[in-house]
Design a protein around this ligand. Structure first.
Ligand code: IMP
Ligand code: MG
Length: 179
């Protein structure tokens, strides 16, 4: 057994401010057009739901689910499509919404899959970016926060499916249980 220790990294108020700024940026970039947000389940669901409400354009949303991680902190390095989109994205201004950009394996895979479907444009919004761990050269067009190489939870991000409901983004450390 391990003891789980949480330390706040980014407070909810700072997240809210940054989400509004990213939404303003998107609103400016796509003036007069519709944007189709695709959330990567499950981690991006909280970010997407806050982001879409701050975008002042015609919008639509869809979700896709992939798995690249097991139940713990380490990547298996394998990306698998668990749930596909509900509708066609051909001709749409797609913004792929991710919770965190880490190794880049997930984003690299998703961009390849989505490009084949001929969207009008394809951009990426990531709440968090952990550039230190990048294995694939992929970049997000809109980034909330660059963070150091720590494992984080909260605001949608999980550890073994827990902690998604935290309002702040917190660093999770595991300590061997004291006896
Ligand atoms: P990547 O394929 O390595 O870029 O990882 C992307 C996915 O791994 C994210 O969408 C998260 O679900 C998960 N992930 C990566 N780093 C963290 C973290 O620090 N905390 C929680 N999940 C993470
Ligand atoms: Mg996860």
């Amino acid at each position: 057994m391990e003891q789980e220790i949480l330390k706040v990294l980014i407070r909810h108020a700072a997240i809210e401010r940054r989400v509004r700024a990213v939404a303003r940026h998107i609103t400016g970039d796509f003036k007069g057009q519709r944007v189709h947000l695709i959330g990567v389940l499950k981690g991006a669901c909280i970010f997407l739901s806050d982001l879409v409400r701050e975008i002042n354009l015609e919008t639509s949303i869809d979700f896709i689910a992939v798995s690249s991680y097991g139940r713990g902190k380490d990547s298996s390095g394998q990306v698998r499509l668990l749930k596909d989109l509900d509708s066609n994205i051909q001709g749409l201004n797609v913004i792929l919404v991710e919770d965190i950009l880490d190794t880049g394996l997930t984003l690299n895979y998703l961009l390849r899959v989505l490009k084949q479907r001929k969207p009008k444009s394809l951009r990426v919004a990531a709440l968090l970016d952990k550039p230190a761990r990048r294995l694939k050269t992929v970049k997000a067009d809109y980034v909330g926060f660059k963070i150091p190489n720590d494992f984080v939870v909260g605001y949608g991000l999980d550890y073994a499916e827990r902690y998604r409901n935290l309002k702040d983004v917190c660093v999770l450390s595991l300590l061997p249980e004291q006896s």
